[in-house]
Write a protein that binds this ligand. Structure first.
Ligand code: ADP
Ligand code: ADP
Length: 231
């Protein structure tokens, strides 16, 4: 599904170059569930931004669904982002003035999906994340866990094949984090590919693969390696 070959990322600011990602190779197959772990500043967000076509590699080859990313225009990348990728962030990023229903419907408003079909998709997703009884609430009337479930429903409404999640449970207590992980796992079991940044080794163990990033160096780790540390 995704293929990274000798990909690097440097940032240059006032002649100071930061090597955010050292050359790495990685293949992500359809149906993978990958946890990205590593300390703050190690390059996790940079990796996710490249994977999600938000930033371009400094060198190397990245193919996204068989397309060489270098050859894509900004417009083509943005189209791929809305058709194939669902983004979930630590801070939820919901629109405060809109209710739950409208927040989830937003991505469809920009597509040509007819109103009736939009309603069916939104309601089916809200049911999947257990929020059908909250459709008229504004985000500030919801708990953090509920807000993240709205954000997940919104990320899924365009039926993406790939979910990119940056610390999706970072602001949540352990019960809410476990609920969000259960939703992600069940999506993965239904075939959605997931790349998830997490600080929690305990949550990382629930993925199928773990990639550790340290100082911009990516290393695949055995999931059992993490399981062992947690006993
Ligand atoms: P993480 O997500 O693991 O905390 P990041 O990917 O955000 O790490 O950052 C990796 C490194 O790249 C850090 O040294 C960070 O300061 C640097 N960096 C990230 N984004 C930028 C940017 N837009 N401009 C300059 N440096 C950046
Ligand atoms: P987190 O550690 O929660 O992933 P970060 O604080 O590393 O978040 O990064 C948040 C955003 O800021 C990212 O999009 C990253 O690319 C950008 N960023 C990080 N470091 C820098 C930097 N030194 N200069 C500019 N942008 C940066």
């Amino acid at each position: 599904m995704l293929n990274f070959s000798s990909v690097t990322k440097n940032y240059e600011e006032n002649t100071v170059v930061t090597q955010a990602l050292q050359p790495f190779n990685l293949q992500v197959s359809s149906g993978d569930f990958i946890a990205l772990v590593g300390p703050s500043g190690s390059g996790k967000t940079t990796f996710l931004n490249i994977a999600g076509l938000l930033e371009s590699p400094s060198s190397g080859e990245y193919t996204f669904l068989d397309k060489d990313v270098k050859t894509l225009s900004d417009k083509q990348k943005s189209r791929l982002r809305s058709s194939d990728i669902g983004f979930v962030f630590q801070g939820f990023h919901l629109l405060p003035e809109l209710n739950v229903y409208d927040n989830v419907e937003i991505p469809l408003r920009y597509s040509r999906v007819p109103a009736k079909q939009r309603r069916a998709s939104v309601m089916s997703l809200l049911e999947q994340v257990g929020l059908c009884d909250r459709i008229n609430c504004k985000p500030n009337q919801l708990s953090g866990g509920q807000q993240q479930r709205v954000a997940i429903a919104r990320a899924l409404v365009g039926k993406p094949s790939l979910i990119l999640a940056d610390e999706p449970t970072g602001n949540l207590d352990s019960q809410n984090a476990a609920d969000i992980m259960a939703i992600l796992s069940s999506l993965n079991q239904c075939g959605t590919t997931i790349l998830m940044v997490t600080h929690s080794l305990k949550l990382a163990q629930q993925a199928k693969r773990a990639i550790e990033i340290r100082d911009g160096v990516l290393k695949e780790r055995c999931i059992e390696h993490y399981a062992a540390r947690w006993g």
